[in-house]
Design a protein around this ligand. Structure first.
Ligand SMILES: [Zn+2]
Length: 253
């Protein structure tokens, strides 16, 4: 049974909200990614810059060493006795300088490479981030729209179930909540599809109740009224086919 004006399912709006949440999650993920890239680069470049500074100081020291050896060499006469020693000393320090230069250059180069790589990655991430921001906004709209719809549906459902339902011309001989024959309800107001045990004229007497819990309540009433076990069983079996519960199942499916 479906009541007029009540949407039979909320699935579309639930999908809206879930999809919106995924898009927002994606945005948060991308923002974190962007900042962690920046932080990693700053941390690693700080280390490299420290190394470069250290190497540059070492280089100055080696330069000074070469200079002082050259000066020392010039102060000795150019005869065969000193020549070999002079050449050897100079060669050692210049070799040291060359080796140092090579290391220094590769350090600079690796720094430049990582900087270029960082800039490329950053550009890519910024583009990606812009796309994600756009999708995030779409996600936010979906969530707001979805929640708004869900709330609206809930309001419609409440209104129809609790008051507008009274105005329906449809009349059922059995209470659409517990299955009781309405002819035997002394307090029945002739104005709804529910008996006085279930409905007080404006709202249900047992709200937020699960069907099994409600069946237990009905069984107690049936026992009081002297129904046999067999009769009770067949009555209780029919409860989930009644309007109130069908509507609840429709809604929750
Ligand atoms: Zn009832």
């Amino acid at each position: 049974m479906s009541l007029p004006g009540i949407p039979s399912t909320n699935n579309t709006w639930i999908i809206f909200v879930v999809f919106g949440c995924i898009l927002i999650y994606n945005l948060v993920y991308k923002v974190t990614d962007y900042f962690s890239l920046q932080r990693n680069f700053l941390e690693s470049s700080e280390l490299t810059l420290y190394e470069i500074e250290k190497k540059s100081k070492e280089r100055t020291l080696i330069f000074n060493k070469v200079d002082s050896i050259k000066k020392l060499n010039s102060s000795f006469p150019n005869d065969s006795l000193y020549l070999n020693i002079k050449i050897k000393l100079l060669k050692e320090t210049t070799d040291e300088l060359t080796e140092h230069e090579a290391k220094f250059d590769s350090l600079i180069q690796s720094y430049e490479v990582s900087e270029v790589k960082y800039k490329n990655e950053k550009t890519f991430l910024v583009h990606d981030l812009l796309g994600s921001i756009f999708l995030g906004i779409v996600g936010l709209v979906l969530i707001i729209f979805g929640i708004n719809k869900l709330q609206k549906n809930q309001t419609i459902r409440d209104a129809v179930l609790y008051s507008d339902y009274l105005k329906l011309k449809v009349r059922d001989p059995f209470c659409q909540s517990c299955g009781m024959d309405l002819r035997y309800d002394n307090k029945f107001d002739n104005n709804s599809n529910y008996c006085s045990f279930c409905f007080d004229g404006k709202k249900f007497n047992h709200v937020n109740i699960e069907i099994q819990e409600f069946r237990n309540l009905i069984e107690k009433q049936l026992i009081i009224k002297g129904f046999t076990v067999k009769q009770r069983k067949s009555k209780l079996k029919e409860v989930n086919k009644l309007g109130r519960w069908i509507q609840k199942f429709d809604w929750e499916s």
